[in-house]
Design a protein. Structure first.
Lengths: 246, 257
């Protein structure tokens, strides 16, 4: 009888231990199931100062999840549409890139631009149906005075998307550090780590987004982020013709 | 006394069986992100837990979340054996019509709890590699029906997959553009002495390239349309503006050709 009691006690002890580990295991399982994600690697844009008398606008951009990784861009927008980007890579390497936006900012909001943009739209839409998608989204965004600026804004967005496409192409061709840079400064992509090139690409992309959006804001007074994001989902396959010389 | 011993013995057997089955469901530490919290993500994860802990009989998982091979096998085995033929008619311009017949097989895991867990693991890993991917979950969660759905990650992973496909299509178009430019410089064009003939050749190449691009544009739109349909199926409906914003999420691979 004593042995039986002892045996029962041992069994109860074993059951207790098994129960303990089971519950602990379940708790660990439950804890592990909680997923946490990091902050989005959004580009953080910081305005450096208000526009100067000569119309210059300066801003600085870095990325949310890589502020410490050392790639930063200082961008200066000039009144004539020229962009000067100063990329600071790790180890203090500085690249100065100069880009001319294909469309003159002086044309923005003019009837001349709208008319040229409309003609270009008509001639291009058969081979670039994304233009129809731009038109549909802009019409849905209910922007101020859309009718008189519809085709100008389509052409602006087409330009931004084409710039992004060209940037991706440069990444494919490993010519990222050469674009818009004078020959004495040209660096070879292959000599840099992929992370640096990736961050540089994202920052250059931010330059095009920011500059393009600034122009749209000039055109409409304001331009909602959600509308801009929707437009950025459309892929284009060509490059817009330069309306300055159209 | 015998009855007590038998009862305790039965308990031991039940617990032992339970204990031996349970480890298959434990997600290993390396799959759990240790990076900082994101606003919507944790809430969504808790909702997902609720799904996992729901009442009702537990069905064993179709894969072992601790094993990469098992996850890969689950992915590879996703297709249904029944093949469905789909005819797509693309119209471009006034006279151009292209008919495409494709075969399609359904994802037999689609809409199951297993697929939700699989999608969650995949999204979780993607977010670790590229935290900007959590934007997909954030945008999806702006729509209450998706946010409160037990299929949130199923939708997110479907979005991720389509974005990857579109990225590939866009990449092919860029490669084709580079190829076209190289062709223009090649002896096949340059060595043609007859100017008229050279012009015709160039025009022919450009038209062919444009035709390919139109095909890609149609393909991309078809993929988007199908995905939108899937999101509507999952969440009852899905607003167009949110869908378009989802399609604007770019991921790390955009710059990793």
């Amino acid at each position: 009888m004593k042995k039986l009691r002892l045996g029962s006690l041992m069994i109860v002890g074993v059951v207790g231990l098994v129960l303990y580990f089971s519950v602990r295991g379940l708790l660990t399982y439950s804890k592990n199931r909680t997923v946490e994600a990091g902050l989005p690697s959004k580009v953080v844009i910081q305005k450096v100062d208000s526009p100067t008398n000569d119309g210059r606008l300066q801003w600085r951009a870095t990325m949310g999840d890589m502020a410490g990784s050392g790639v930063v861009v200082h961008c200066t927008e000039y009144a004539d549409g020229q962009l000067s980007n100063l990329f600071i890579l790790p180890d203090g390497i500085i690249i100065t890139q100069s880009i001319v936006w294909p469309l003159s900012p002086g044309l923005l909001g003019t009837k001349e631009y709208e008319s040229k943009a409309r003609d270009s739209f008509e001639s291009r839409v058969a081979i670039e149906p994304a233009l129809l998608e731009f038109r549909e989204i802009i019409s849905e965004c209910r922007l101020a005075d859309t009718e008189s600026k519809l085709y100008s804004s389509i052409w602006e967005i087409y330009t931004i998307r084409a710039q992004i496409r060209q940037l991706k192409r440069r990444f494919l061709e490993k010519k990222l550090l050469a674009h818009g840079v004078d020959s004495s400064q040209v660096l070879a992509d292959k000599d840099f780590e992929e992370d640096i090139l990736y961050n540089k690409s994202r920052l250059e992309q931010s330059v095009y987004y920011q500059y393009g959006k600034t122009r749209l804001e000039k055109l409409f007074g304001s331009f909602p982020d959600t509308c801009f994001d929707r437009l950025m989902s459309i892929h284009v396959f060509g490059n817009p013709v330069d309306l300055n010389s159209f | 006394m015998r009855k007590t011993s038998a009862f305790i013995g039965f308990l031991v057997v039940v617990i032992a069986v339970f204990y031996s089955v349970k480890p298959r469901r434990i997600v290993p530490d390396q799959q759990v992100s240790k990076i900082s919290k994101d606003s919507g993500y944790t809430t969504q994860a808790k909702r997902f837990e609720a799904l996992q802990n729901r009442a009702g009989p537990h069905k064993p998982l179709g894969f072992d979340p601790t094993s990469r091979d098992s996850l890969d096998k689950y992915w590879e085995d996703r297709f249904d054996t029944n093949v469905m033929l789909v005819t797509n008619i693309f119209k471009s311009g006034t006279n151009n019509t292209r008919v495409q017949i494709t075969s399609r097989r359904k994802n037999r895991h689609w809409g199951t709890d297993d697929w939700e867990l699989y999608s969650k693991i995949k999204i979780q890993n993607d977010c670790e590699n590229d935290p900007s991917q959590s934007q997909i979950l954030n945008i999806l969660s702006e729509y209450p029906a998706a946010r409160d759905s037990s299929r949130l990650f199923t939708g997110a992973y479907a979005v991720r997959f389509v974005l990857w496909t579109i990225h590939n299509d866009a990449g092919k178009s860029i490669s084709a553009e580079i190829e076209l430019e190289e062709k223009m410089k090649s002896s096949w064009i340059v060595d043609v002495s007859d100017l008229e003939q050279r012009k015709i050749l160039i025009q022919m190449e450009i038209e062919m390239y444009q035709e390919q691009n139109l095909g890609r544009w149609q393909e991309i739109n078809k993929e988007k349309k199908e995905l939108w349909g899937k999101l509507k199926e999952l969440y009852g409906d899905f607003p167009k503006d949110l869908f378009q914003r989802l399609m604007a999420v770019e991921y790390r691979e955009v710059f990793w050709p």
